[in-house]
Design a protein around this ligand. Structure first.
Ligand SMILES: [Zn+2]
Length: 232
């Protein structure tokens, strides 16, 4: 964790070409059973898992706010919107590249993707070596079986298992017009898109391991050269 280090310690690592992994999440409703930090928790877990496998990776403090406009109308959702997220990432990475030559953004929230892509295009246009990792997995859309399993795998005490209820299970393509017009509130009263009733910690832990492997392989492809690593 880069936040645990002092500046001379970070300075000492620079020659070894560290990669900064920035978890990008959201603070938004995840149904009655999951905490608002679920997307951020996933992004942090992936970045931390990556650092455990790739010793040249340092994990930055997470960006815990994202573009969550579609979840407005549910108490607790704290969104900064697309434009602010894009600008935040651009400025953060401009600052980070003073110290780190290589940065990977680890995204935990689908609603952030467009803003992150725009930010990365802009930063790469400035010759900065920034990459964007988007977890690839099959699963239900929001706060369903997949995310509930992931959170059960990460921190079972944080899941209100007694409140797990099915949400709107229609295919995303079918509900998209309603979703675009009225947000998640228009299609799902409890904020769930999917069915979390079959979720399990085992399933979540398995998926998490798969995603960490996926991310590690991706990082190895982006930056294949071996890095001599020193960690204080
Ligand atoms: Zn989520």
């Amino acid at each position: 964790m880069v936040a645990d280090l002092t500046w001379p310690e970070v300075d000492a690592l620079r020659g070894a070409g560290p990669v900064l992994a920035v978890p990008v999440g959201s603070t938004e409703q995840h149904g009655p059973q999951l905490p608002l930090s679920t997307d951020t928790d996933l992004a942090v877990a992936l970045a931390t898992g990556l650092a455990a496998r790739c010793p040249e990776v340092l994990v930055a403090p997470a960006v815990a706010y994202g573009a969550s406009g579609e979840h407005s109308g549910f108490p607790g959702t704290l969104s900064i919107g697309q434009e602010a997220l894009e600008f935040l990432i651009v400025e953060l990475c401009r600052s980070a590249t003073d110290t780190f030559d290589r940065i990977v953004l680890v995204n935990g929230h689908g609603g952030n993707v467009e803003a992150l892509r725009r930010a990365v295009d802009r930063l790469r246009g400035e010759s900065r070596d920034i990459r964007l990792y988007l977890p690839r997995y099959r699963g239900d859309a929001h706060a369903g079986r997949t995310e509930t399993s992931l959170q059960l795998g990460l921190a079972p005490d944080r899941v209100r298992t007694g409140r797990i209820r099915r949400g709107d299970t229609r295919p995303l393509a079918e509900i998209l017009p309603e979703l675009r017009a009225g947000g998640v509130r228009a299609v799902s009263a409890n904020g769930v898109l999917g069915d979390p009733t079959g979720a399990s910690a085992e399933e979540g832990a398995r998926l998490l391991t798969e995603l960490i492997s996926q991310l590690s392989e991706q990082v190895r492809q982006w930056w294949p050269e071996p890095v001599e690593r020193i960690r204080p």
